[in-house]
Design a protein around this ligand. Structure first.
Ligand code: CP
Length: 317
């Protein structure tokens, strides 16, 4: 695997899972693989889990790590071609990217949706420029439309906890005060369908995700009906994805906040969320602190998914 931007890049899913469990059992098994190799992690946006877990994954593989926070201490970057650069941006991404490529062997990029242009976000303009101009293998640490390292970790977590071969996995929209991207729900839907689960997505009207990511999942607009018999509940907010309302908040209905009322109709479901989460907006204190909450094991598995992905990239060098 040279680049990792989605589930399509990981190859055989069962083999990826086997490698994840192998690494979880002995996370330093491949510590020689990254010797004298350097990972550059480029952050256009904030992070806690991705930053720490990916750095730890690189250390598991014996790599050196450089972290660049583009908005703190680096030159402000222009991303549009043809712009007369007479403003506050001192450097163009088209020079910055190949320069970054000079100093490393692998590049991880975090670049969220900007909500300026749906077309640019859905074409993954920033991530694809790194792939095109860096000359290095590139992997997504959450891009405009996907967060595959998170979904890989979520999938590992479900495999570790499921008690039936094909669990019912329900992803539910929940309210949030800010406009959030569709990256996590897009990826989660795609990975859960690829895993062969019974996948249901529930949200108010207007929050339909791009069918490119949700194909194979059922849509249920009645949240309580969707939760019936669920084995796993994944809470998440996202803003509207449609061209007409892209990035907008269309609904703030707090009855969608996931609490005991919804969880009571499930099959004693586990609760999942990628974090960070706003309590009592997305999920109540009782549910996230309850015995069926998997939010910490999911975060822990971010180290494992990142180690597998970096291992596969290193093996391709
Ligand atoms: N889930 C996740 O990607 O967390 P961070 O934004 O803190 O990296």
């Amino acid at each position: 695997m040279r680049h990792f931007t989605g589930v399509q890049d990981i190859g055989d899913l069962q083999e990826a899972l086997r490698q994840a469990l192998e690494i979880k059992n002995d996370r330093f098994k491949y510590v020689g693989l990254g010797r004298n190799k350097t990972l550059l992690m480029v952050f256009f946006n904030s992070s806690l889990r991705t930053r720490l877990s990916t750095q730890k994954a690189a250390m598991n593989l014996g790599m050196n790590v450089i972290v660049l926070d583009v908005n703190q201490g680096a030159w402000k970057l222009e991303t549009e071609r043809g712009v007369v650069m007479d403003g506050d941006k001192s450097e163009h991404l088209l020079e910055a990217i190949p320069v970054m490529g000079c100093y490393c062997d692998v590049i991880g990029v975090r670049s969220f949706a900007r909500f300026e242009s749906r077309k640019d976000d859905y074409e993954e303009k920033i991530l694809n420029q790194f792939i095109k101009y860096s000359g290095r293998p590139v992997f997504s640490m959450e891009a405009a439309t996907g967060h595959p390292l998170q979904s890989f970790a979520d999938w590992i977590t479900i495999e570790e906890h499921k008690t039936v071969v094909r669990p019912k996995v329900v992803m539910s929209w929940a309210p949030h005060p800010k406009s959030l991207p569709q990256a996590v729900p897009n990826s989660f839907a795609q990975w859960m369908v690829a895993a062969g689960y019974d996948v249901v997505i529930t949200h108010p009207h207007g929050y339909e995700l791009d069918t490119k990511f949700t194909a194979g999942a059922r849509i249920e607009y009645d949240q309580m009906k969707a939760f019936e018999g669920a084995d796993f509940v994944y809470g998440k907010n996202w803003s509207a994805a449609s061209p007409e309302h892209y990035g907008q908040i269309l609904n703030t209905d707090r009855t969608w906040t996931i609490g005991e009322r919804q969880m009571s109709v499930t099959n004693n479901a586990y609760f999942m969320h990628c974090l960070p989460v706003r309590r009592n907006m997305i999920v109540t204190d009782d549910v996230i602190e309850g015995p069926r909450s998997l939010v910490i094991p999911e975060a822990a598995n971010r180290e494992i998914s990142a180690t597998v992905v970096l291992k596969m990239i290193l093996e391709s060098l």
